[in-house]
Design a protein around this ligand. Structure first.
Ligand SMILES: [Fe+2]
Length: 154
């Protein structure tokens, strides 16, 4: 059972995050940038540059979607929480990547079980700007949707 709740999305597509939540993002990204600079592949670093993530606040899904769409036709889809497999695959098959709109608490800065918005945006979105990875995720979603339920491990 989740101890986090996604922020609701208003008519303009925005989620309202608290100052503390924005500071958690700021601390996470400030800490991780030098780590990926030393270790990540060039494709990831290119994607990170294209996303041009804000440092001082959690970005909105529509902002990320703009960059993803320009790169490989993907969008970041806000979802309430962990979603059923079928919904996940269906989103991928439509070039949409799900992101729950909450961020970890400071006590869980280093690790949390559930994927939060930082995990999805910083961890996954850069590679979705890469043609091979973007097409792989799309094909993966499509194939999973057409697979027999007994062949899926969810
Ligand atoms: Fe993940």
């Amino acid at each position: 059972m989740s101890s986090y709740t996604s922020r609701s999305i208003d008519a303009q597509g925005n989620a309202a995050y608290s100052d503390e939540e924005n500071r958690v993002w700021q601390d996470l990204i400030t800490r991780q940038i030098p780590v990926v600079q030393e270790r990540a592949c060039q494709e990831y670093m290119n994607g990170l540059r294209l996303l041009n993530l804000p440092r001082d606040r959690i970005p909105q899904c529509h902002e990320i979607s703009r960059a993803l769409h320009a790169a490989q036709g993907w969008a970041l889809e806000p979802v309430p929480a962990l979603i059923p497999c079928n919904q996940f695959f269906s989103l991928l098959a439509n070039r949409k990547f799900p992101a729950a709109t909450f961020i970890r608490r400071r006590e869980e800065l280093n690790y949390m079980q559930e994927p939060d918005i930082f995990h999805e945006v910083f961890g996954h979105c850069p590679m979705l700007t890469n043609p091979a990875c973007a097409d792989f995720a799309y094909t993966y979603g499509k194939l999973a949707l057409s697979a027999k339920p007994e062949d899926l491990v969810c």
